[in-house]
Design a protein around this ligand. Structure first.
Ligand code: S3P
Length: 754
């Protein structure tokens, strides 16, 4: 490879892929492909043909091709691969002229933006030709281009880091597909395959429609009274938006005529949406405008994630995020951790179902609660923000949700999926709930079964796991349910379904679980009664918008409570932490172990108690964790296990089998991780026994579980050596600024994205 090639990022084929390639049509695309193939050394010779002799001689003189063929036939006769790079509507005519001239075994490919018409032309042309003399056809389409045209603009790097779609035909010879794939790969492209019709629909939406709109807008403005004046003031936005209106008019008119069905479908949809915007402007309807713009902004901001089909997974999720924790460090200062995840989910849900505008502060901008927010946008709710924890929700009322355009993707969030299952059981439309790899393994029958008792029609996937398919228009009836497990998610799911049920829905819990749903419903003016272990409500009411102040999440604070408790000399204050009595197990357990936590500035915001917590180092001792504390500290056990390792004596946990069905099997995954850092434990069916011991250090796999990752980060404060924690991307689901706060207090964390 020459130096200049390396600098430009051109690629090299390890050996010649074929002997002779003919490129018919030396426009920008054909010329660039020929040049890239030549520079990569993919063939012994690249022959070019163009019906415009001047283009052909320019191509030859600037080294785009090795040889210029004088006729179409001459170009094709010896070619192993023939690349048709002519306007899509010229394909049939060109093929007609060379249909008997292909060398036996030759491969015919193209670069057109529409695949249906290419495949149709090929079928018609080669119908009468003897099978043995027909080329093997591999339709192709590079998703790259430029508003420039002509061979002089040929650029060997045009396709580098761009996608190329091949739409092989069912009877295709796989070796031929491989050859074309290799040719594109050595131009630096990523090669994908899809069906012909699917390709044409996708391209109509993502490429053809935007070109049509750009052409049309420039033409409209050029035709306005004083167009010169208008263009004079048309600045960045206009230029960005209309760059593609300078593309080749002949090529584009061909594309629209060749892909008319798919283009018309998406054009009609766009025209309807444009009419809605027009009407909104005419009626001074800011809600509709905000709805469209906030949805569009969210989609554009998360473009790359949407492309992977998962709107709110982080880009990090495609990479292994590694926490590298140096041993030791300090825990000092005053911090406020991220907003409460449970309340953040519920604030969006209830705000969306309320009448009026709900304003939220302290919202957790983590992946889980953002997935919930996006789901409501997809169901037609206008939501402004989040902007530094502030969210404004224009509620649509209990019966105002609209059918979402596709399945609702809830990422890593069990709370999201289970609460949505209840809420969506009462809608008039069908929905499907999906999630990431971890969520797709979690049990959903625990909500589906009681919802069915209420009259819901729900299908779960294999072994009762996601996806969940929920039928609309099921008339729910209020039912009493005795929960077999202490789960706030199950309770909340049934209460949300109960909003849509006839009569009373009541749920009895075997032990107290977090009651944010009940408190927040009451805050929205919807009465939820509590008698002993039973929460109940009567369906058919309405919610009134309110203001919500989401306190800091005690489950996130827990990492720092333990960090300070185990680090000699530590002294840390955590501000404005949610102190709901159903959540304070971590404080009770740490105190029982000898931890020193002071509570100050106690107050109540929006029906939830909050306080500042100041924690200082104290030597801890092992305890038998009281079973009644388990549901009150259910998310905090990974980091409590670290406290147990740092305590003197034995800590025994029982009655915690629920930990096995969290984002990971938190008993086993913690035991494995502890073993990896030199700590032996005894795993039991419903808990674990941990004897205080030294932490050596080592490499831990978090299994994509955010709380496991953060727990081992805390362990490093007392480890003798470095702890490396793999698979930490999901920390962003609950605690996006964990790294920053850990550094701020003096922990020695560095984060690598591999
Ligand atoms: C949650 C309830 C708990 C908890 C989860 C959040 C909620 O799950 O583990 O992180 O917001 O209702 P279970 O109710 O299934 O125990």
């Amino acid at each position: 490879m020459s130096n200049s090639n390396m600098e430009r990022g051109a690629f090299v084929a390890s050996s010649k892929i074929v002997d002779t390639i003919a490129v018919i049509g030396l426009g920008l695309i054909g010329g660039s492909f020929a040049k890239a193939l030549k520079e990569a050394g993919a063939a012994r010779r690249v022959i070019g043909f163009d019906r415009r002799p001047e283009e052909l001689s320019v191509g030859l003189s600037i080294g785009v091709i090795d040889e210029a063929a004088q006729t179409l036939k001459q170009a094709v006769l010896d070619a192993d691969v023939v690349v048709l790079a002519v306007p899509v509507r010229a394909v049939e005519d060109v093929l007609g002229q060379i249909k008997y001239d292909f060398k036996p075994g030759a491969i015919l490919t193209d670069v057109g933006s529409v695949k249906g018409c290419f495949v149709g032309a090929v079928e018609r042309i080669f119908q009468g030709v003897d099978e043995a003399n027909r080329p093997v056809v591999v339709p192709g389409h590079p998703i790259a281009g430029s508003e420039k045209s002509g061979v002089a603009a040929a650029d060997a790097t045009l396709f580098a880091n761009h996608k190329v779609i091949l739409t092989p035909l069912s009877e295709q010879n796989p070796e031929a597909v491989e050859v074309i794939r290799s040719l594109w790969s050595c131009c630096g492209s990523t090669v994908l395959e899809m069906g012909v019709d699917h390709h044409d629909d996708v391209l109509a939406a993502t490429s053809h429609l935007p070109h049509l709109i750009a052409f049309s807008l420039v033409d409209t403005l050029a035709g306005e009274g004083d167009s010169k004046e208008i263009f004079k003031y048309a600045a960045g936005g206009f230029r960005d938006f209309t760059r593609i209106a300078a593309s080749d008019p002949v090529m584009w008119s061909d594309i629209f005529l060749s892909n008319s069905d798919s283009t018309l479908k998406v054009l009609d949809h766009f025209a309807d949406d444009l009419a809605t915007l027009r009407e909104a402007i005419a009626n001074q309807d800011s809600k509709t405008l905000l709805g469209v713009f906030t949805r569009a902004k969210a989609a554009r901001d998360h473009f790359s994630k949407i492309l992977s089909g998962q709107a709110y997974t982080t880009i990090m999720n495609t990479k292994n995020v590694v926490f590298k924790m140096k041993s030791g460090g300090e825990v000092q200062g005053v911090i406020r951790v991220a907003g409460d995840k449970s309340m953040s989910h519920r604030s969006i849900m209830l705000g969306s179902l309320a009448d009026g505008v709900t304003e939220v502060e302290g919202f957790l901008e983590g992946e889980d609660s953002l997935a919930t927010l996006q789901a409501f946008r997809d169901m037609g709710v206008v939501i402004e923000g989040p902007d530094e924890g502030r969210v404004k929700i224009y509620g649509v009322g209990v019966n105002g949700l609209k059918k979402p355009p596709g399945p609702i993707y809830l990422g890593n969030s069990g709370t999201g999926m289970r609460l949505f299952a209840g809420l969506l059981s009462g809608q008039s439309f069908d929905t499907e709930l999906t999630g990431d790899e971890s969520l797709s393994k979690r049990p959903m029958e625990r909500v589906a079964a009681p919802l069915r008792l209420m009259g819901a029609v729900i299908e779960t996937g294999d072994q009762g796991r996601p996806p969940m398919k929920i039928k609309g228009n099921s008339q729910l009836k209020g039912t009493h349910y005795d929960m077999p497990m202490a789960s706030a998610q199950v309770k909340s799911c049934l209460l949300l379904a109960g909003l849509y049920a006839d009569g009373e829905t009541s749920v009895t819990e075997p032990a107290p679980t977090r009651d944010h749903t009940e408190r927040m419903l009451n805050g929205f003016g919807y009465s939820v009664k509590r008698e002993g272990a039973t929460a109940s409500l009567v369906g058919g009411g309405s919610l009134t918008a309110t203001k919500i102040d989401v306190p800091a999440d005690i489950s996130s604070a827990a990492f720092f409570l333990v960090a300070a408790s185990i680090t000699p000399g530590a002294h840390l204050t955590l501000k404005h932490v949610g102190m709901n009595p159903t959540r304070v197990g971590v404080i009770n357990i740490l105190r029982a172990m000898g931890g020193h936590i002071e509570i100050s500035n106690e107050s109540e915001v929006g029906g939830e108690p909050v306080a500042d917590l100041t924690v200082s180092y104290r030597p801890l001792k092992g305890i038998n964790i009281p079973e009644d504390q388990v549901p009150l500290a259910i998310d905090e056990f990974p980091v409590l296990f670290i406290a147990a390792v740092c305590a003197e004596g034995k800590t025994v946990l029982t009655g915690a089998e629920e930990l096995r069905v969290k984002e990971s099997d938190r008993i086993q995954v913690m035991a494995d991780g502890l073993k990896a850092v030199g700590v032996d434990t005894l795993v039991t069916a419903d808990g674990i026994e941990i004897v205080g011991s030294e932490i050596a250090g080592g490499v831990v796999d978090s299994h994509g579980d955010h709380r496991i990752a953060m727990a081992f980060a805390v362990a490093s404060l007392r480890a003798k050596g470095e702890i490396v924690i793999n698979d930490c991307a999901n920390v962003a689901t609950s605690f996006p600024n964990f790294e920053a706060l850990a550094k701020q207090v003096g922990m020695q964390i560095s984060v690598e994205h591999e």
